[in-house]
Design a protein around this ligand. Structure first.
Ligand code: HEC
Ligand code: HEC
Ligand code: HEC
Ligand code: HEC
Ligand code: HEC
Ligand code: HEC
Ligand code: HEC
Length: 410
């Protein structure tokens, strides 16, 4: 995606002078402003939905979307602050230690056991399914912290796009991370500085995580109407998903699940029914030639290149995903959804496997988890970064994965 691909370009040339940096850092922002209306009069915030859609409201709280960005706290940060488990060494005498101090949570750089720089965690990016990256505030700009957390490694790791042998704090972050990982942040302005664009934010105006209106669009009028017309059972003043075209349905998810783009307008204002062309100035490659795309972030394009998508005129993301509940890795449930179209399927190896091994897991053979080249994270004791595994959405026959599956399930 854009941020990852161009990261080399945005790495600041001026290495921020360590001492000046720690002197002018402001204290981490702990306040979160009430969600209502920050985005404008049409919006109302998720709390208002609970009155009438209690089940959806409650089950949604357990999803990755809901927690995909957060204010930092020991609960939202998945890595450990416990001594012995809280450091990452770049070299034997250079390390960063994650410290919980009386005035907040910090990443602290040490050289020869002497503290060089202590920077507070400012923003948590990622729910912690697989990984989290952390950002910090420097006046009105946001930068990436040097250390991330990998669930897979169960440890602190070097942040993606930073060099593996030095502590760096200089990767500037633009609005993109927030647009895909949050519901809102107020951008005060953008300036061209040298060869890059720098976003300035109002850090008191941010809505972390994806809320209901991030997918359903502004819903204040819907709430008003149904509050004053409790007898009305037909949804009013809200987009009816089933009435959208297949392309509009797919675009709702593709605004964030089709990788990086050059944008025309902020996707914070994407509403169901809108088309991606209103937001992106670069076209999205779909259909035939998608097999070279990275498995990370490109679910829409990969799916569009699959026979299931091409030959059926109904398949979209919601044919398999119910985004109001967490169904992660529930292979039996997903396989049921495959069988809603492939009800009787005979395989050449049917006799080699117990029948329920096949019917309860179509996924490992046809959508295997493949390494992403886009996000890699290096553990301190490894020379090379480990790739992150992501389920491919190019649904087809994978002979290697099949052999593996037969070996594991015989
Ligand atoms: C005062 C009651 C009330 C409140 C509050 C309310 N809704 Fe609804 N909503 C309804 C009713 C009634 C329907 C129609 C029946 C149904 O689909 O459940 C509906 C339907 C919907 C639909 C279905 C559209 C479709 O595709 O059929 C969506 C989406 C929706 N509401 C979103 C929201 C969101 C988001 C919020 C919070 C911002 C919210 N609602 C708050 C009463 C309410
Ligand atoms: C505003 C951007 C955005 C939109 C819109 C969006 N997603 Fe996501 N989605 C994300 C991000 C970011 C993640 C990673 C969440 C995390 O931090 O773990 C994600 C994760 C997921 C996951 C993995 C969840 C898990 O628990 O493993 C699924 C499945 C998914 N999205 C499906 C969808 C579908 C289907 C739609 C459309 C109905 C959709 N998304 C719309 C940004 C978005
Ligand atoms: C175009 C939308 C988009 C942008 C921009 C984006 N992400 Fe993501 N990010 C996603 C999606 C979608 C996923 C999950 C699906 C996947 O990995 O394919 C994800 C996954 C992640 C994860 C792993 C989450 C988890 O819980 O496992 C982290 C961490 C992350 N992104 C951080 C960032 C950071 C930091 C930035 C800004 C530099 C950023 N992302 C920019 C869409 C985006
Ligand atoms: C990731 C995007 C996404 C988010 C976030 C989201 N929804 Fe939905 N919602 C959808 C989609 C897509 C559908 C249509 C599902 C279908 O018909 O297959 C839907 C359908 C609905 C419906 C009507 C159909 C039903 O399933 O009952 C209601 C009501 C609703 N959503 C309310 C909410 C509320 C309340 C929240 C927040 C707690 C929320 N949604 C968050 C994507 C989302
Ligand atoms: C909305 C219906 C639909 C759903 C849901 C669906 N498919 Fe398909 N799939 C199709 C159609 C249509 C084709 C075209 C060939 C055919 O008619 O069988 C196809 C083709 C395939 C092929 C052959 C691919 C090739 O390259 O020749 C595989 C494998 C497959 N699907 C697996 C799956 C799996 C696994 C799932 C669940 C994760 C799934 N499908 C879900 C409709 C669907
Ligand atoms: C044919 C069924 C099917 C369709 C259609 C489908 N998915 Fe998935 N998706 C799956 C399965 C199965 C998984 C793996 C199980 C899991 O991770 O919970 C998955 C996983 C994911 C993940 C997590 C990937 C990872 O490994 O981190 C994301 C994100 C996602 N889907 C988004 C989407 C989006 C966006 C669309 C529409 C463009 C979509 N999916 C369409 C079946 C489907
Ligand atoms: C052990 C791995 C494995 C599992 C599990 C598996 N498949 Fe397959 N599938 C294959 C292979 C390999 C082929 C190629 C044809 C063959 O060997 O029978 C295939 C072929 C297909 C085809 C294309 C058939 C055709 O004639 O073009 C479809 C559709 C399909 N599988 C769907 C499914 C569904 C749905 C499930 C779950 C109920 C499933 N598969 C489970 C490996 C698997």
């Amino acid at each position: 995606m854009k941020q990852y691909k161009h990261s080399a370009g945005i790495i600041v040339i001026i290495i921020l002078v360590i001492v000046t940096l720690s002197q002018c850092l402001s204290v981490p922002e702990q306040k979160t402003v009430a969600a209502a209306d920050m985005r404008g009069a049409g919006y109302i915030g998720s709390a208002a939905c609970a009155n009438c859609h209690q089940d959806i409201h409650d089950s949604y709280l357990a999803t990755a979307h809901r927690h995909t960005s957060a204010s930092p706290s020991p609960a939202t940060i998945k890595g450990s602050f416990e001594p012995g488990k809280n450091s990452f060494h770049y070299r034997p005498n250079v390390k960063v230690v994650m410290e919980q101090r009386s005035n907040g949570l910090f990443q602290v750089a040490y050289m020869d056991e002497v503290e060089k720089q202590a920077i507070p965690f400012g923003v948590v990016m990622g729910s912690g399914r697989k990984a989290q990256t952390y950002l910090y505030w420097y006046d009105d700009n946001v930068f990436q912290l040097p250390i991330s957390y990998s669930v897979w490694a169960r440890n602190w790791v070097n942040s993606p796009s930073y060099p593996a042998d030095k502590v760096r704090f200089d990767r500037l972050i633009n609005i993109g991370c927030f647009e895909c990982h949050g519901s809102y942040i107020e951008r005060k302005g953008t300036q061209e500085e040298g060869n890059r664009l720098v976003d300035y934010f109002d850090k008191t105006k941010v809505i972390y995580g994806m809320d209901c209106e991030r997918c359903h669009g502004p819903a204040a009028a819907h709430v008003d109407f149904h509050t004053t017309h409790p007898q009305e059972k037909q949804a009013q003043h809200i987009a009816i998903y089933k009435k959208l075209s297949r392309q509009q349905q797919a675009d709702l998810c593709a605004q964030c699940h089709s990788g990086g783009h050059t944008s025309r307008n902020s996707i914070f204002y994407f509403k169901p029914g809108d088309s991606l062309a209103q937001y992106f100035s670069s076209p999205i490659i779909t259909g035939g030639n998608v097999s070279q795309l990275d498995v990370h972030g490109n679910q829409y394009q990969l799916l569009s290149g699959s026979e299931c998508f091409i030959k059926s005129n109904v398949l979209t993301c919601t044919s398999c995903h119910n985004t109001h509940v967490s169904e992660r890795e529930n292979m039996a449930v997903f396989s049921q959804r495959c069988m809603s179209c492939h009800s009787s399927i005979a395989h050449s190896f049917d006799k080699q496997l117990p029948a329920n091994a096949i019917t309860s897991n179509c996924i490992d053979c046809h959508m295997p988890a493949l390494p992403s080249r886009a996000i890699t994270m290096k553990k301190e004791d490894k020379a090379e970064a480990d790739p992150n595994l992501v389920r491919t959405h190019l649904i087809k026959v994978y002979p290697e994965a099949t052999l593996q599956f037969i070996r594991d399930n015989k």
